[in-house]
Design a protein around this ligand. Structure first.
Ligand code: G6D
Length: 343
């Protein structure tokens, strides 16, 4: 097990550090203090996520590559949210929608180093961010800790902890774009995907949930592994605005997702405490952005598996909301386990 730190760049007056978690076997994870971002997941010598090699691209291009997303991940459909009879005006950074915590979202903040730990079978780093009262319009000062841990079984866990001094909605996730091929220049459309979900959320033209729908006999049925492209027919009404999968799935009990590249033999299994996963296949990724190792970006280059609470829960009476109160503590955990099936 090894832990290293390096200087990555500067954002405003903050030095941005890179923390490197290495299990001395097959997995090395590189994390930035900017946005708590996973910049690289190197598994068996190949990078398996999309990332940049400079601060400005993370800030200016707003792809959310690898970022911790919050205060509330996903879209909030209304400008006002009402909590205990008080209205709060949210920042609207996508038309009338508040996307991924608004313009002041957690992805674009300099997080503080809290601690790093090494044990016989793991190495971790914990980052901290204090979101001030009314940041992007959300009530309450929220103190967030995120702990990344790499284990000797080639898994990476992300644990989120938060407390608030006023009731506030909070949904945190990580926005990594996975590509399990040995070459990031190859798309993810032939990745096999399995999602343990009997239903998904149908979306309107602004990607706001309108109702819970069974996956039965729809392109959203991933209960048996299939290629992502198998049923992704872009001529279908359901993909008219999203240009592919960009949808929340309501996970069944064991909350598992499995992704696999036949080309490389690499698989990723995901377990989470969260009730929902948003599957986004980089349908709207800006073209020709320069990635860390010289590759250029293109649509369908990465799969995002954004485990989270129900999106827009505060505004949809058919979804349970997620208000964190001062007497409570927010906790969420998602584990990513990498394997090479030929091992
Ligand atoms: C697009 O609709 C998608 C979102 O789901 C994604 O999180 C974002 O790009 C990065 O807006």
């Amino acid at each position: 097990m090894d832990y290293r730190e390096t200087y990555f760049g500067k954002y405003k007056n903050y030095p941005i550090r890179e923390y490197i978690l290495d299990n001395d076997k097959n997995l090395i994870v590189k994390i930035l203090s900017l946005g708590g971002t996973i910049r690289e997941i190197n598994y068996k010598g190949k990078n398996r996520v999309l990332g940049f090699n400079n601060v400005d691209d993370y800030i200016n291009l707003r792809t959310y590559f690898g970022a911790i997303v919050g205060r509330v991940a996903g879209r909030i459909s209304s400008r006002l949210i009402r909590i205990d009879g008080v209205d709060y005006k949210l920042n609207q950074n996508e038309g009338t929608t508040c996307l991924h915590g608004g313009q002041e979202g957690f992805a674009f903040k300099a997080w503080e180093f809290e601690e790093s730990k090494i044990s016989d079978n793991s190495v971790s780093v914990t980052l901290k961010y204090i979101s001030p009262n009314l940041e992007s319009g959300f009530p309450g000062e929220v103190t967030v800790f995120v702990q990344y841990t790499v284990y000797d079984d080639d898994s990476l866990s992300i644990e989120y902890f938060a407390r608030t001094d006023k009731p506030t909605p909070i949904t945190l996730t990580n926005h990594s774009y996975f590509n399990l091929n040995d070459d990031l220049n190859e798309d993810i459309l032939e990745h096999f995907l399995k999602i343990d979900a009997d239903s998904y959320l149908k979306l309107d033209e602004k990607s706001i949930p309108v109702k819970v729908v069974s996956v039965e006999n729809t392109p959203f049925d991933f209960r048996n592994a299939k290629m992502i492209k198998s049923d992704m027919d872009l001529s279908l009404e359901t993909f008219k605005y999203t240009k592919g999968y960009d949808h929340p799935f309501i996970l069944n009990g064991e909350k598992r997702i499995e992704l696999y590249s036949k080309k490389s033999g690499i698989s990723l299994s995901v377990e989470t405490t969260e009730p929902v996963v948003v599957l986004y296949c980089s349908n709207k990724l800006e073209k020709d952005l320069l990635l860390s190792n010289g590759e250029k970006t293109f649509n369908y280059q990465g799969v995002c598996l954004e485990t989270q609470w129900y999106p827009d829960a505060l505004n949809q009476d058919f979804l349970p909301d997620n208000i964190l109160k001062p007497e409570g503590e927010y906790y969420s955990k998602t584990t990513y386990r990498f394997k090479n099936i030929s091992d």
